[in-house]
Design a protein around this ligand. Structure first.
Ligand SMILES: Nc1ncnc2c1ncn2[C@@H]1O[C@H](COP(=O)(O)OP(=O)(O)O)[C@@H](O)[C@H]1O
Ligand SMILES: [Mg+2]
Length: 248
């Protein structure tokens, strides 16, 4: 569903790369967690996947389509929740969601049903006629999440989605991610919250200084690191400290 082939990003020709030679395949129906410390290159990678940034080298494929050659087709296939819900403040929540639905050509009956479902679940329905500038960070985040699901994308990409959400909303989001996958879709998200990754993910990749240091199912990684009896936290610490590095 998603493939990165030798993707590298240098923000500056002379600087060290933010992302270096990343190879990654995310299968259909999977929840895939992209974990790593601050500054590891998660957001940069996600911005290349979503076509916001051009890779310095390498290629991104969404459902087999090359982002570089057919960007609009690729972009129709995914929904994206960025790390910061900076959205058009002067629109009302309802205007924003209808704008998103227009962009993705979602028929009126479908959009009505989806807007109702998600905004009711997330408890933002009553605020839909207010301007977004009056929304709290968490409410904006929930609105962006609803907007990203408005066309029921095959691939749902989220960058640190739990940040700023209260525990109940975080739980709702996790349930939504699971439900989206159950319908046959794919979820790719970054996080530095290991419990979230541990509970949710079918597979994870650990990124360190822009490079993938480990990749696999949680059980596979635990086996590789310490014969199956460690937590993801331990796998993560050992990988980041350099005590474990997969031959990739
Ligand atoms: N716009 C930018 N210009 C220059 N360097 C950047 C820019 N954005 C990120 N970086 C650098 O790229 C590296 C990876 O950052 P980022 O992808 O944001 O990491 P993460 O999301 O894992 O915290 C960091 O060293 C960061 O300082
Ligand atoms: Mg980031």
């Amino acid at each position: 569903m998603l493939e990165l082939k030798s993707v590298t990003k240098r923000y500056d020709i002379s600087s060290v790369p933010a992302v270096l030679d990343v190879n990654l395949k995310v299968n259909k129906g999977e929840i895939f967690g992209f974990i790593g410390p601050n500054g590891a290159g998660k957001t940069t990678t996600i911005k290349m996947i979503t076509g916001i940034l051009q890779p310095t080298q390498g290629e991104v494929f969404i459902d087999g389509i090359n982002m570089k050659h057919r960007p609009v087709e690729c972009k129709q296939l995914f929904g994206y929740v960025p790390d910061n819900p900076d959205i058009y403040e002067r629109l009302t929540g309802a205007e924003y969601l209808n704008f998103m639905a227009d962009v993705y050509n979602v028929p009126l009956s479908d959009r009505k049903e989806r807007i109702e479902k998600y905004t009711e679940e997330f408890g933002i329905q009553a605020a839909l006629n207010q301007q977004i500038k009056s929304y709290s960070h968490g409410m904006r985040q929930k609105l962006v999440i609803t907007g990203a699901l408005i066309h029921q994308p095959k691939l749902w990409i989220l960058d640190e989605p739990m940040v700023g959400l209260d525990p109940m909303s975080a739980k709702l989001l996790k349930d939504e991610m699971r439900e989206h996958c159950k319908k046959g879709n794919t979820v790719f998200f970054s996080t530095h919250i290991l419990e979230v990754a541990e509970k949710l993910c079918d597979r994870v990749a650990i990124i360190k200084y822009g490079e993938i240091a480990a990749i696999g199912t949680l059980d596979e990684l635990k086996m590789k690191v310490s014969n199956g009896d460690s937590s993801l936290e331990e796998v993560f610490m050992k990988t980041i400290k350099g005590e474990f590095n997969e031959e990739l």
